[in-house]
Design a protein around this ligand. Structure first.
Ligand code: 5GP
Ligand code: ZN
Length: 114
């Protein structure tokens, strides 16, 4: 999608600090981090929201959590705990309508989230 920020980063039209890439997923540093480690794990395929996932995307979701596991260890946040968050819809704070998983760590987190 030409007007989508994350499609632009996936295709290299828009700059992004990419820390991981394979055939189905990229991961990049969030430009406005909410924690010392804040990485966005983004499917290459344009999927607007979690509600737009289809049966055929099951492998993709498994891959995303596998990348989260790997990056949490690589980024040194696995021992102290970290969070993986999906905001679905504007009411939950979604601002970029290309599905992404926030990987957050390096500080303590309160519960429930705000
Ligand atoms: P959402 O609010 O949709 O759950 O998350 C979107 C995230 O994208 C936000 O944390 C925001 O800081 C991040 N973001 C917005 N614009 C850019 C950008 O141009 N580059 C990167 N790397 N992250 C961005
Ligand atoms: Zn997109």
């Amino acid at each position: 999608m030409s007007d989508c920020l994350f499609c632009g980063i996936v295709e290299g039209r828009i700059k992004g600090e990419v820390v991981y890439r394979d055939n189905s997923v990229i991961a990049l540093k969030d430009v406005n981090p909410k924690a010392p480690v804040h990485i966005l794990i983004v499917p290459i395929k344009h999927i607007a929201t979690l509600l737009d996932l289809e049966q055929g995307d099951k492998g993709l979701i498994s891959e995303i959590f596998s990348v989260a596991n790997q990056l949490a260890k690589q980024q040194g946040i696995s021992k102290d705990g970290f969070r993986v968050v999906v905001n679905c819809g504007a009411g939950a704070g979604q601002s970029v309508f290309h599905l992404h998983f926030h990987l957050l760590g390096g500080r303590s987190f309160s519960w429930p989230p705000g």
